[in-house]
Design a protein around this ligand. Structure first.
Ligand SMILES: N[C@@H](CCC(=O)N[C@@H](CS)C(=O)NCC(=O)O)C(=O)O
Length: 279
């Protein structure tokens, strides 16, 4: 049997540079294992620590009761307090950004915000589980089905992106380019000229893993349409996204366990195998 790959304990590439730049323990927040540090400009007060979530060290459990990363430790409280769940952490940073009027990843208009949150909801409840089901599938028929489901989840996300663009930007009655840009703010990189949104930040890591892990282990190809391709190009080129990316080898090694559906791979893998919601 060929040697089995193990998951890496340290990130690599540009993600490692990001951790090093932010590894000052005196920062007022610290984030375990690289939260999607997309909002690099407004995360100046955040220090990063890498932990092994499979070993569940006590300092991770203090902030994240299930021992899952990411976790956030808030040093502004004495004793420090913790927050877990990536979406809750992102929303917490969103609320902090709202106080400083910079670094927000959501539109201002409540309806437009809700449309982006519909995208986020779809990513958490459909797209991410479909990613793992596809990767963990062992039988050929299950792999074919998994590939179809993951592809369908991407297409459903596109429908939600298109809906937001058409309802907010195209039928927003903008008088000129400036007004059009203001309407598009917070809708994300799907819209040409847009910036990173909360949904881009949530889905980015899975699109990236689809482009390397799913391609390598399941021969998956991302959709090839012009608009989809342009979105991915903008996402992968975004400096804050790039700052979170390790080298391809890390992903291939770390996800080999999932691709082989090895026993006790993780809480996520167990949930998929038993048909339960993800932790
Ligand atoms: N719903 C959680 C999920 C986090 C999660 O699944 N984290 C994985 C990342 S590999 C983990 O820590 N796994 C450790 C384990 O399964 O024991 C979130 O969005 O923060």
């Amino acid at each position: 049997m060929p040697e089995q790959k193990n998951y890496h304990l340290e990130c690599t590439g540009t993600a490692l540079d990001t951790v090093k730049q932010h590894s000052d323990a005196s920062r007022h927040h610290s984030l375990w294992k690289l939260l999607l540090s997309f909002r690099s400009t407004s995360l100046g007060g955040v220090g990063y620590y890498e932990v092994d979530p499979y070993k569940k060290p006590a300092d991770l459990l203090e902030v994240s009761p299930k021992g899952l990363v990411p976790g956030l430790k808030l040093h502004k409280y004495t004793p420090p307090r913790g927050l877990n769940e990536s979406t809750v952490i992102l929303e917490y940073f969103e609320d902090l950004a709202a106080k400083t009027t910079k670094g927000s990843l959501l539109p201002i208009d409540p309806y437009a915000r809700a449309l982006v949150r519909l995208q986020c909801d779809h990513i958490s409840r459909s797209l991410v589980p479909a990613f793992y089901r596809f990767l963990q599938a062992q039988e050929e028929s299950a792999q074919i089905e998994g590939g179809k489901d993951f592809h369908a989840a991407l297409e459903a996300l596109v429908v939600l992106f298109e809906r937001a663009e058409s309802e907010i930007v195209q039928s927003g009655g903008a008088a000129g380019v400036g007004e059009q840009k203001a309407l598009a703010a917070g809708l994300g990189l799907w819209v040409e000229g847009g910036d990173l949104s909360l949904a881009d930040a949530m889905v980015g890591p899975w699109i990236f893993r689809a482009s390397n892990v799913l391609k390598h282990y399941r021969a998956f190809e991302l959709p090839t349409g012009d608009k989809f391709g342009a979105w991915i190009a903008r996402l992968f080129a975004h400096p804050a996204f790039k700052a979170t990316c390790s080298t391809e080898e890390l992903y291939l090694d770390s996800y080999e366990r999932y691709a082989q559906n090895r026993p006790n791979t993780s809480q996520v893998a167990n949930a998929i195998n038993s048909g339960k919601p993800l932790p």
